[in-house]
Design a protein around this ligand. Structure first.
Ligand SMILES: C[S@@+](CC[C@H](N)C(=O)[O-])C[C@H]1O[C@@H](n2cnc3c(N)ncnc32)[C@H](O)[C@@H]1O
Length: 211
């Protein structure tokens, strides 16, 4: 159970002490803490939670987040008191604001790197993570996820946001999903749950795997 994950009516919030406002989200002050709205329209993990994903307890856990961008979702995982979140992104443009975020939180570590070649990152050699999450819009995203799961995932739950349009626009989202599931099956990665992120994200599936 994530103690800092709070539902009020049908809205999801993460609790924090510092009142961080990072990307225009609503922040509500309580007595001695703040609630930051975690909108399903801004974050695929939030959208998945809204549609039934049970986020593992991340307190004191180590997370590998592939496709961190400017840190929208990472900022909420940071609120959940993860021990360390390594946020990987290939873009130096998004890395600049993400670096700024990391200076505000001592559990966020930015890494400017290609998620498709993390085996070349000496920093990560021999490290395994409690939760690996990938959200990169690349044609080979499933292959990249499989490689990273094999290299870096501890036994447990991990997830990928599958953007079907980025893989093949000539096939329907369902056909791309089926092909992706076959690749995971061939790699002997067990699929735990498949969530269609509609209406929060079109042509996106959230695939939860268990290793
Ligand atoms: C949809 S955005 C991620 C949004 C973020 N997950 C969030 O919820 O705040 C996709 C990000 O993936 C990054 N990306 C794309 N290809 C990548 C790669 N090969 N390695 C690392 N990052 C990549 C892009 O630069 C972009 O910032």
């Amino acid at each position: 159970m994530n103690l800092n994950l709070v539902y009020i009516k049908d809205k999801l919030y993460t609790k924090c002490k510092d009142g961080l406002k990072w990307y225009g989200e609503q922040v509500i002050k309580q007595d001695n803490y703040y609630l930051r709205e975690w909108s399903p329209f801004s974050s695929k993990i939030s959208a998945a939670i809204k549609k039934g994903f049970v986020l593992p307890d991340l307190q004191n856990k180590e997370i590998l987040y592939l496709g961190a961008s400017t840190g929208t979702t990472v900022s909420h995982l940071s609120d959940l008191q993860a021990k360390a979140i390594i946020g990987v992104d290939i873009s130096s443009f998004t890395m600049l604001p993400f670096l700024e975020l990391s200076q505000k939180r001592d559990n966020i570590f930015p890494l400017l790197f290609d998620a498709g070649h993390l085996e070349d990152c000496l920093l990560l050699h021999t490290v395994k993570f409690d939760f690996v999450f990938q959200d990169i819009a690349q044609k080979n995203m499933v292959e990249t996820f499989i490689d990273n799961i094999k290299l870096f995932a501890k036994p447990g739950i991990h997830a990928i946001a599958l953007k079907t349009n980025s893989i093949d626009t000539t096939k329907t989202p369902k056909q791309v999903l089926d092909l992706s599931l076959r690749k995971l099956q061939d790699a002997k990665i067990k699929v735990d749950k498949i969530i269609d992120l509609n209406p929060f994200e079109k042509n996106h599936y959230f695939i939860v795997v268990r290793i």
